[in-house]
Design a protein around this ligand. Sequence first.
Ligand SMILES: CCC(=O)OC[C@H](C)CC[C@H]1O[C@H]2C[C@H]3[C@@H]4CC=C5C[C@@H](O)CC[C@]5(C)[C@H]4CC[C@]3(C)[C@H]2[C@@H]1C
Length: 428
Amino acid sequence: SSSSTDVANFTWTKFIKNIASFKGDLSSLTAPPFILSPVSLTEFSQYWSEHPDLLLAANNAGAQFEPKFDNVEYSDELNQFLFVVKWFISTLKSQYSSRNESMGSEKKPLNPFLGEVFVGKWEHKEPQGTTVCLSEQVSHHPPITAYSIFNDTNKISLQGYNQAKPTFSSAMLSVKQFGHALLKIGDFNEYLLTLPSLHIEGLIAASPYVELDGKSFIQGSFGHFAVIDFFGKGWMSGKKNSFKCKIYNSKSDYDCDEKPLFVISGQWSGISTIYTGDDEKKKKNPQEFYDASRIPAEQLQVKPIEEQTEFESRRAWKDVAAAIKEGDFNKIHQTKTVLEEAQRTLRKNEDESGNSWETRWFDLIPVDEDNRSSFMKLATLAQLSLEDVPSGTIAGSKDEAKWLKDDAFAQHWRFNRQKWDDEKDITL
Ligand SMILES: CCC(=O)OC[C@H](C)CC[C@H]1O[C@H]2C[C@H]3[C@@H]4CC=C5C[C@@H](O)CC[C@]5(C)[C@H]4CC[C@]3(C)[C@H]2[C@@H]1C
């Protein structure tokens, strides 16, 4: 008699075969229950701040970044840039490996409905106040999640949006990310962070995990520029989740192949070391930069489901999540259908009454009217495309041309703080 693992393997192999040939929208594909996650993509915004202390550390003026190297001239801005790079590296394990830790493998997240929101907070010891996380599904076709994470006491705010575009070729699932993150520290300092591309390893073995590839850029408003190269097993270092980050005074120093101020390398899911550009060749005097497994991620606080509105993710998906946890295929299908039918009715009523869905806390703004952010200034400093192309695409490159549609004009999702301040229904 076939054991349950044989059945699972059979269904999995069949599933992999039909995603390999599947050309449509992956989220419409019914995957076997064991690969389904009970968590919706709107919850992924919290992964930007599961080490909130490192996010807040970027704004405690006067703190000297450790380790400190004698042969480096530290300006306050360079010092802050190092804190920002460390915070960014600390987000990656939560973003890209947390499901492997909590559920044994990467899973297929629930596909949020339009207007789905996820909110929570991290309470800190005095005087560091509270860090708020707001996440909203601002588009369903294509799926786009916008987020805002801010701490008014510490005067730090992160906003951004994400659209993941999976493509399948020769049994490899690769994902391009659209969107970017904008970090504002105090009243002046701003940073643009672009998103890496990724692919899914371990699909055939039915224990998938995310491996990052490509590059991420961090452009600071004082000019400092970081380029982070991601690579996995089988590449130079042979270890999975590897990266090399080079920090420069400016993008032009990077372009002219100047010596970097710092080189950071290792695993974003493990240990990384930092040394100065002078020591890069001899790898002399490496100091520990970050150890991703030393301090556990700090879960944000989410109010109980009974206090949530029907727009809030964990309440809206409660029955589907329970069916997924039971592994009950029919119940998953039936509870999902209830939610999808309700959404279809909403959309139909909107079409008939002629008023389309209003996003709650975010506005879609044409790039040339975007005076709420320094995106254009920072993207120009980093010579990155302003268009709606994969995150971090170089302006004017053939990659940009490949993704530009003729009628394209760049629009980006921006947080509207006034709309949150005026919010009546959703509470933290
Ligand atoms: C549809 C094919 C299928 O179900 O295969 C199941 C496998 C688990 C692989 C497909 C799914 O893998 C998931 C990984 C998800 C990304 C993980 C992290 C992030 C970072 C976050 O900041 C934004 C979202 C993003 C990019 C997730 C997007 C969706 C991904 C690729 C899921 C795949 C459907």
